[in-house]
Design a protein around this ligand. Structure first.
Ligand code: GDP
Ligand code: MN
Length: 395
C-alpha cells in the first residue's frame, strides 16, 4: 500500500524525524487558511505540492513556490484539479485532489543548502534492510544511478541487531557532513529507521533530504510503501489507504481475495498459485501471445472465486481469450471443473471469448470429461504447452 507524501510525513513526525511545517488542503480556501496559519512561524514563503501517488511531481509542474498569500491562492487553484503528468504517470496524468502547503525551507543563510538522497528498503536476497544514500539528491537520482553508480552508497542493516551507531556515523561521513549537520544526520537516519520498522514499511524514500543553511536536516519529500502483509496489524495506517489512487479493478479483485495485476496483452489468465501464474504468463508469451493480466485465484479455486475471476478478467476490453490453468493439489480438479461449468450456466452470454482450460492433478480425467461434455464453448487442453498453443489458435 502506497501513501501520499503528507501521510508519510505524519509517520516521520511521530518518529521524531524532522519535517517542515505544513498541512494538506483539498480546496483553495483551505489552502489559504493553512498558509495564514503557517505565516505566523516563518517568512511567509510557501511550497505548494500536488498529492498524488507518483514521483517526479516537480518536473511535471506539481510543485510550485508561492511568495505570499495571493500567490498561494493562484498556485493552489492551478494545481488542484489538474491532471498532473510526470515521468512516472501515464500520458493521461493523475487528477490532483489535494495539495500540501508547507513552509519553504530553502531560505538563504550562512552556509549553503544541500540536497541528499536517502531510502530504506528490504533486500530479500540478503535478508537485510538496506539504506541507499547519496550526496547527489534532488530530482535526478535515477540519472545518477544510471550514469555514476559509484556516487550511490549502501549500508546493510541486520534486522535482528537494528541500526548500529557506527553505521549512522558512516552514513553521515560519506555524505560529507561535519559538526552540527553530522550529528543531526545521524539522528535523522536513526529515527528514519525507527519509522520504517514501526510502520512495517517496505520502502521509505526521502528525496531530497535537505541540509538547511542553518545546518538542520529535514525530510522535504517522503515516499512510503507499507507491506500489504502487515496491514492487519497496522490498523491506523490502513485507514490512510487512498482508493482513488489505485486501479479500481485491482481493488475489486482484492475484495474477493484474488491477486490481480492489470497488464497490456490480450490473453486473460486465471491460475491458482502465484508461481504457476508467473509460469503461465511466460508460456503465453512463449507461444507468441501477450498476457492481459496476472490473476492468482488462490489455492482453493472455489466456484465463487472462479466466477469473480471471470468477471474481473472480462472487464478488460482487450481480452480475446482466457486461459484457465489450475493445478489440483489440495482442491480436486473435478470440483474446479464443476465450478467452471456452473459459472458458465450463470454468466451465459457475458462470457463472449473462448476459454481454454487446463486442469492437472487429482481427478483431472473426470474434470476433462465434465468440461468436454458441458456443451459450452470451453476447450480443454492436456499439457501446459498445448493449452498455450490452443489459446493462440482460438484468438
Ligand atoms: P518530486 O518531484 O515528486 O520528487 O517532489 P519533491 O518534494 O522532491 O520536490 C521536487 C523539488 O522541488 C525538490 O527537489 C526541490 O528542489 C524543490 N522543492 C521542494 N520543496 C521545496 C521548498 O520548500 N522550497 C524550494 N525552494 N524548493 C523546494
Ligand atoms: Mn522527491
Amino acid at each position: 500500500m502506497n501513501l501520499h507524501e503528507y501521510q508519510g510525513k505524519e509517520i516521520l513526525q511521530n518518529n521524531d524525524v524532522p519535517i517542515q511545517r505544513g498541512k494538506v488542503a483539498s480546496s483553495v480556501s483551505e489552502a489559504i487558511s493553512v498558509a495564514n496559519e503557517l505565516k505566523k512561524f516563518n517568512k511567509g514563503v510557501f511550497v505548494i505540492k500536488a498529492q498524488v501517488h507518483a514521483g517526479g511531481r516537480g518536473k511535471g509542474g506539481g510543485i510550485k513556490l508561492a511568495k505570499n498569500i495571493s500567490e498561494v491562492e493562484e498556485v493552489s487553484d492551478k494545481i488542484l484539479g489538474m491532471k498532473l503528468v510526470t515521468p512516472q504517470t501515464t500520458s493521461k496524468g493523475k487528477l490532483v485532489r489535494k495539495v500540501l502547503i508547507a513552509e519553504d525551507v530553502y531560505y538563504p543563510g550562512e552556509s549553503e543548502t544541500k540536497e541528499f538522497y536517502v531510502s530504506i528498503l528490504l533486500d530479500r536476497g540478503k535478508a537485510r534492510n538496506i539504506i541507499v544514500y547519496s550526496k547527489e539528491g534532488g530530482m535526478d537520482i535515477e540519472q545518477v544511478s544510471e550514469e555514476s553508480p559509484h556516487l550511490i552508497f549502501k549500508e546493510f542493516i541486520d534486522p535482528r541487531l537494528g541500526i548500529q551507531s557506527f553505521q549512522l556515523r558512516n552514513i553521515a561521513f560519506n555524505l560529507g557532513l561535519s559538526g552540527e549537520a553530522f550529528k543531526e544526520m545521524t539522528l535523522f537516519i536513526k529515527n528514519l529507521y525507527k519509522a520504517y520498522i514501526n510502520s512495517d514499511a517496505s520502502l521509505f524514500e526521502i528525496n531530497p533530504v535537505l541540509k538547511t543553511s542553518d545546518n538542520k536536516i529535514i525530510a522535504v519529500d517522503c515516499k512510503v510503501s507499507i507491506d500489504d502483509n502487515s496491514i492487519f496489524r497496522q490498523k491506523e495506517l490502513s485507514e490512510k489507504r487512498d482508493l482513488d489512487e489505485e486501479n479500481p479493478v485491482e481493488v475489486e479483485a482484492k475484495s474477493f481475495g484474488l491477486s490481480y495485476v492489470d497488464l497490456d496483452g490480450n490473453v486473460g489468465c486465471m491460475v491458482n498459485g502465484a508461481g504457476l501464474a508467473m509460469a503461465t504468463m511466460d508460456l503465453i508469451k512463449h507461444a507468441g501471445g501477450e498476457p492481459a493480466n496476472f490473476l492468482d485465484v488462490g489455492g482453493t479455486a472455489d466456484p465463487k472465486r472462479v466466477e469473480a475471476g471471470f468477471r474481473i478478467i472480462l472487464k478488460d476490453p482487450n481480452v480475446k481469450a482466457i486461459l484457465v490453468n489450475i493445478f489440483g493439489g489440495i482442491v480436486r480438479c473435478d470440483r474446479v471443473a464443476e465450478g467452471i461449468v456452473s459459472v458458465f450456466k450463470k454468466m451465459g452470454d457475458e462470457i463472449n471469448v473462448p476459454i481454454i482450460v487446463r486442469l492437472e492433478g487429482t481427478n483431472s480425467k473426470i474434470a476433462k470429461e465434465i468440461i468436454d461434455s458441458s456443451g459450452f464453448n470451453v476447450i480443454s487442453a492436456k499439457g501446459f504447452q498445448e493449452a498455450a498453443i490452443k489459446v493462440q489458435q482460438n484468438i
